[in-house]
Design a protein around this ligand. Structure first.
Ligand code: PEP
Ligand code: MN
Length: 351
């Protein structure tokens, strides 16, 4: 199931009515070439009092979608009863949602229900930025004997985050992909974005990071959707979005390009080596400063000195095309390492 690349999953956030589901599927079939049709049957809503899914009846509608369009289907499952119902109704792929993956009890319950069943499973990242929890879910599902597992990056909840609905934290997804190189790795731009305007850019970014495909929400009448209206797009618009995407190769094809890339990477390696050497030297000086401060009974931190360094770095960095965000993160890390070195020199004898 998960060997095709790019692998595209689309369908509405929620199954709402038989008509809505069927019309969306038929239109997806004629406007795109998707591999799997998604729909939420039981919806995990953050706050009560919202549409929580049509429940079991939606499974029959999905069977109808499959019979009439030939599209394979996938739904989210969050407990044993839902797994059993999905299997009874021949759903082709199951996915574990972000809120479920954050709860090892639920993941284990689902894993136990899947014991001895041969069905592909998609595992979304947990709501919180915790790769151990995400990996834990992969391990629990694998231990149940499931061999066909795909991962879906849907962003992480961050309080006060306004650019995205869920912060992508691409570095975490890159690390997860590095840890599980054999697993299909998809992006869910819909839940990262929370609005349809940035879906194209997020999708392209994930492809440029060598993801294997996408899970995107598509609804026949997005503005009238009963859940996640702002982030859904029509099958027609999804068709254009997919057509505009540029799928790149992981490696260069011709030798000349390969050599050029190889040379550029060599230069990067040399510079990284110099950077490490310089950082080592910088920390040796920090050790000497630590000894001096200890002998003269001076605090490690002088805020005025730190401000002076930051100001200089920001203005220099701007000239060199380095963003303030990057410089802040980088120099915070360098400064903390320097403080740790000085602290060690100063307080090594304190247990
Ligand atoms: C969904 O795909 O509709 C959904 C609820 O996703 P998530 O678990 O990523 O919030
Ligand atoms: Mn949704």
């Amino acid at each position: 199931m998960f060997t095709k690349r790019p692998f595209i999953i689309a369908g509405p956030c929620s199954a709402e009515t038989q008509e809505q589901l069927m019309q969306t599927a038929i239109n997806l079939k004629s406007n795109t070439n998707i591999d799997l049709f998604r729909a939420g049957i039981w919806k995990p809503r953050t706050r009560p009092g919202q549409f929580e899914g049509v429940g079991k009846v939606g499974l029959q509608w999905l069977q109808q979608v499959k019979n009439e369009t030939g599209l394979a289907t996938t739904i989210e499952v969050a407990n044993t009863v839902q797994v059993d119902e999905a299997l009874k109704h021949n759903i082709d792929v199951l996915w574990l949602g972000a809120r479920t993956v954050a709860n090892p009890f639920s993941v284990q319950e689902i894993a136990t229900a899947l014991q001895g069943v041969n069905i592909p499973i998609l595992i979304k990242n947990p709501t919180n930025p915790d790769l151990e929890l995400w990996t834990g879910a992969v391990e629990r599902i694998s231990k149940a004997g499931i061999t066909n597992i795909g991962l879906v990056h849907r962003g992480f909840s961050v309080y006060g985050n306004d650019e995205y609905r869920n912060a992508p934290m691409w570095h975490l997804a890159i690390e997860m992909k590095r840890r599980h190189p054999e697993k299909m790795f998809l992006c869910d731009p819909s839940h990262i974005a929370g609005n349809r305007n940035i879906l194209q850019a997020i999708s392209q970014k994930s492809i440029d990071l060598n993801y294997d495909g996408l899970m995107i929400e598509s609804h026949i009448s997005p503005d009238n959707a009963w859940s996640d209206a702002k982030q859904q797009i029509t099958p027609n618009i999804l068709g254009s979005l997919l057509a505009k995407l540029i799928w790149r190769n992981e490696f260069a094809e011709c030798n000349e390009d390969k050599n050029l890339l190889e040379n550029l990477r060599q230069s990067i390696n040399l510079l990284d080596d110099e950077l490490i050497q310089l950082l080592g030297k910088r920390m040796k000086i920090a050790d000497t400063i630590g000894r001096f401060k200890k002998d003269n009974n001076i605090t490690i931190l002088q805020t005025s000195r730190w401000n002076e360094i930051l100001l200089k770095i920001f203005s220099k960095g701007e000239e060199l095309g380095l963003s303030k965000e990057f410089l802040t993160k980088y120099f915070d890390a360098v400064h903390m390492e320097s403080i740790n070195h000085q602290n060690k020199v100063m307080n090594d004898d304190i247990q």
